[in-house]
Design a protein around this ligand. Structure first.
Ligand SMILES: [Zn+2]
Length: 356
């Protein structure tokens, strides 16, 4: 009998761990910092390129600081309970959004007792998400599901088109479930312009505004005692093959001067950065990656300014060979493969539009 009980216990333990292992993925960065992402299957319907959305949890003597709240209340709930289990602590102090895009602020409402900290521009970004999903009605999402299902019925072959329509249907169903649970969009209640320092318990958390580029509200979050920097979506660190490039976009404002100012100031004040964590990257990067990105931004800005002044065609500096010296210097962290070449060409195009 004892033996049967023991086997049953072992079996239940195995089942318990395999079930909970499927829901979230936790990575230990330091004794007091972890990354938590909903598991791949949980995120698949939302079509994220590499199936990772890291939230970062910092254990302080006053409770937990959580950086980024996932793409939906449902996923924020998963991450919240994983963090509580991991640190055996259910007190949350600050919730920080690295910017207002949905993967970073979509689950803010799960933390209704906590202050949400973000850059002052993030409210507008969050509003976009509100307009798309949580600010809608169940009827609206059901119409979308119905409409997409009708399109699906007219497609006779199974291919990329039907796959993406199926993904869209899953996504609307996912948000429909959030609406049925009565979740509401939650905006930040503690905002800043350039810099802010938080001191929850025994930790110091420094926030710096990066300037417009990836979005309008992106910030760096530095956890001083843990020598850990969180960069949200500012750099393609580990999310594409072009792991080390800055994340600039067409049709958005890209304030490269502000980027350089913030990165230079950050690097001058911080000799020790052991870990650099991005939202969609699989592993932490190092201070040297940030040094490279800053030098790359300076080189791009200077090259564009010089070319414009001298009337040199844009195409000349879109050739990555003209940046040989820089890329050779950092060959240990950035490979000039085709993705990096394409991204460089694109970056020159974008910055060309953004500076005089
Ligand atoms: Zn974003």
């Amino acid at each position: 009998m004892k033996r049967i009980l023991l086997y049953t216990f072992i079996l239940l333990t195995v089942i318990h761990f395999s079930v909970s292992a499927k829901k979230t993925v936790i990575n230990k960065i330091t004794d007091y910092v972890i990354t938590v992402s909903p598991a791949k299957k949980q995120l698949q319907t939302l079509g994220w390129p590499n199936d990772i959305i890291n939230s970062i949890a910092v254990k302080t003597s006053d409770g937990i600081v959580l950086i980024d709240t996932q793409n939906s209340p449902a996923n924020a709930k998963l991450v919240k309970s994983a963090v509580i289990d991991y640190f055996s602590d259910s007190t949350f102090t600050y919730i920080i959004n690295t910017h207002g895009h949905s993967a970073h602020s979509g689950g803010n409402c799960i933390f209704d007792q906590n202050r949400i900290v973000a850059h002052s521009n993030s409210a507008d970004e969050i509003k976009n998400y509100d307009d798309l999903f949580l600010g809608q009605t169940v009827e609206y999402l059901r119409k979308k599901i119905y409409h997409n299902s009708n399109i699906l019925d007219t497609i006779t072959t199974e291919d990329n088109v039907s796959d993406s329509i199926n993904e869209a249907i899953d996504m609307y169903k996912f948000y429909e479930a959030d609406l049925i649970n009565n979740y509401r969009v939650r905006y930040p209640d503690l905002t800043f312009e350039e810099e802010m320092t938080l001191t929850p318990g025994n930790k110091t958390i420094e926030l710096s505004y990066m300037g417009k580029g990836h979005g309008n509200a992106d910030i760096l979050v530095y956890i001083k005692e843990e020598k850990t920097l969180c960069t949200g979506n500012l750099f393609h660190l580990g999310s594409y093959q072009a792991e080390e490039m800055p994340s600039f976009y067409f049709h958005r404002t890209n304030d490269i001067d502000h980027w350089i100012k913030t990165l230079t100031r950050f690097l001058e004040n911080h000799d020790e950065v052991d870990y650099v964590i991005s939202t969609h990257g699989k592993k932490p990067f190092s201070r040297e990656n940030i040094v490279f990105i800053n030098e790359y931004c300076i080189a791009v800005r200077d090259a564009v300014q010089k070319a414009k002044k001298e009337g040199t065609p844009k195409e000349t500096i879109q050739d990555i060979d003209t940046f040989d010296e820089l890329f050779n210097k950092y060959s240990n962290i950035v490979r000039t493969n085709n993705t990096v070449k394409e991204m460089h060409t694109r970056n020159i195009n974008i910055i060309w539009q953004n500076i005089d």
